[in-house]
Write a protein of this length. Structure first.
Ligand code: ATP
Length: 276
């Protein structure tokens, strides 16, 4: 599905973001450049606090950049864009509205209407048919995230940005959600960028895995993931995945170690095994 056009779907060009904080300027990401092809799934990993969310929000147009630019189909992204859907770690459903009303909420704010047939199709696709009248408290965490996915896709975006969407779910539900994302992506032409703390998730879902350096975040490396789709969970126990996982882990932990050692300390085994 990837590489149909020579122009990237999303082009991140020298993205730099400085936050003005009370204790001074904080350089979050520094000259990040990345071309994402149409129909590609790109996953992004990196040490905690390296600027992954900052980079993703910059791609969405919700954050302005200090310098650099983001282009969607060659056109600068300078604000919220209906072509770009977002899913966050929290489903952010309004507790007093049922599922249908939650999905419809952004349309109500804009004074437009959702495409009911499309939304029903999406609900069906994610296994939430028959739940449109349920309230968030009546839904499991996985169901709430599936609803958030429907809400993001209800606009028919061509790009879906996902910020650690399944981080709060148990391992089994997370695997289910990974399979669901791949299934949906195989059915619908879409470009996906997903941030995760799980290297396994990044490899399972990604056509490419982008590894960011510690803050200020830069694109440290990009790994092609060569497995055909649909991917089965069996590939996760192959030597190729094992080796790639370890390579990426070393890149992230090694980076952290060298920074720590520059500070004159040593790294304990516990520190090098810490979650990302
Ligand atoms: N609105 C903000 N104002 C000031 N500093 C911020 C703001 N948002 C993020 N930062 C800082 O920018 C840096 C990058 O944060 P960001 O959330 O982008 O990293 P991350 O890689 O997504 O982190 P994590 O993996 O822990 O979710 C951090 O040092 C963070 O404290």
């Amino acid at each position: 599905m990837s590489g149909r056009s020579s122009q990237p779907k999303l082009c991140v060009d020298g993205a730099t973001k400085v936050y003005n904080t009370r204790s001074g300027d904080l350089l979050a990401i520094d000259r990040c450049s990345l071309d994402i092809r149409s129909g590609e799934i790109v996953t992004i990993v990196g040490p905690s606090g390296c600027g992954k969310t900052t980079l993703l929000w910059s791609m969405s147009g919700l954050h302005s950049l200090s310098s650099g630019r983001v282009l969607l189909d060659g056109i600068p992204v300078n604000g919220p864009n209906p072509q770009i859907g977002m899913v966050f770690q929290e489903a952010n459903l309004l507790p007093w509205r049922n599922l249908a009303a939650n999905i419809n909420f952004p349309f109500e704010i804009k004074g437009t209407r959702s495409d009911r047939i499309w939304v029903d199709e999406l609900l069906n696709r994610v296994g939430l048919e028959g739940f449109a009248n349920r309230y968030p408290r009546e839904l499991s965490g996985g169901m709430q995230q599936r609803a958030a996915l429907v809400r993001a896709l209800s606009y028919k975006p061509s790009v879906l940005l996902m910020d650690e969407p399944f981080g709060a779910l148990d391992a089994f539900t997370r695997e289910e959600m990974n399979r669901l994302v791949e299934e949906i992506w195989l059915d619908m032409p879409m470009t996906i960028v997903l941030i995760t703390h799980s290297i396994e998730e990044a490899i399972f879902l990604g056509d490419r895995v982008v590894v960011m350096s510690a803050r200020p975040g830069r694109v440290a490396n990009i790994h092609e993931v060569p497995f055909p789709r649909p991917r089965s969970l069996e590939i996760m126990s192959t030597k190729e995945v094992f080796d790639l996982t370890n390579t990426i882990k070393r890149e992230i932990v090694g980076e952290r170690k060298s920074r720590y050692l520059q500070g004159g300390g040593t790294v304990s085994p516990a520190a090098s095994n810490a979650s990302l």
